[in-house]
Design a binder for this molecule. Structure first.
Ligand code: SAM
Length: 219
């Protein structure tokens, strides 16, 4: 990923540093994740109208009724994924592309799928211009991406009513799926680890509020 064509001023860098300090104070402790947040310029993923708010810990509109997740949420999900260099990661809900770039910065090979065509097109252009290696796809991510399965890690960045069966099937033994599951108002962040024998072990973390995961195995 190269940001040479995008303005990343000392002010932006300073604001990012403050954001990282804030995330650390809120309990994010994975230094690799904090460094990735420190390096990826979140303002590049936002419309101009929201530039001043890019480093606040807030979700922000990105068009088509969708949002870029709050930095704390991005850091929390990234931390739960325990990314190792060259992990093959599937993201459901490309949105702005920011979470995908944070995962890329952590050394993952990222495949990301988005069901809103306009967002998919806009973000694909941005990622290309940034020389990102994130591979983007248009489609229903609740069905996963069978052509590229299995994955070391899968992250869902929209709120699911249930854990999609297809995603569990597309996880490698030893793999991790991080997904918010609940009703439309409130979801529990789940981390599901596939054991070597295929058994799924679920851990439950804090409450979050995401836009809904739509699709065949979603809402
Ligand atoms: N990860 C994104 C980012 O960094 O900007 C934030 C994603 S936003 C909170 C959730 C996204 O999931 C939206 O762009 C929405 O269109 C997308 N989405 C919802 N259901 C989906 C599905 N079945 N397949 C793929 N994307 C989906």
């Amino acid at each position: 990923m190269q940001f040479t064509d995008f303005q990343d001023s000392f002010r932006h860098k300073g604001l990012r540093k403050k954001l990282v300090d804030f995330l650390r104070s809120k309990g994010i402790h994975d230094e690799a994740v904090l460094e990735a947040i420190n390096q990826v310029p979140r303002h590049v993923f936002l419309d101009n109208a929201f530039l001043e708010l890019a480093y606040e810990d807030r979700a922000m509109p990105i068009g088509e009724g969708q949002t870029i997740s709050q930095p704390y949420t991005v850091a929390f999900q990234s931390q739960l994924l325990e990314i190792k260099k060259r992990d093959k990661v599937l993201e459901i809900g490309t949105g702005s592309g920011y979470q995908a770039c944070v995962l890329e910065k952590l050394g993952a090979k990222v495949h990301s799928i988005e069901r809103q065509r306009k967002l998919y097109e806009k973000t694909q252009k941005l990622l290309q211009a940034m020389k990102s290696k994130v591979a983007t796809y248009y489609g229903d991510g609740t069905l996963g991406l069978p052509a590229f399965a299995p994955f070391d890690k899968i992250i869902v960045t929209a709120g699911a009513p249930v854990v999609p069966q297809s995603l569990c099937e597309q996880l490698k033994p030893g793999g991790i799926l991080v997904i918010p599951v609940g009703d439309e108002q409130n979801q529990r962040m789940l981390r599901i680890t596939k054991q070597a024998d295929g058994e799924l072990v679920t851990e439950s973390f804090d409450n979050f509020k995401f836009v809904p995961l739509l699709g065949k195995e979603g809402w």
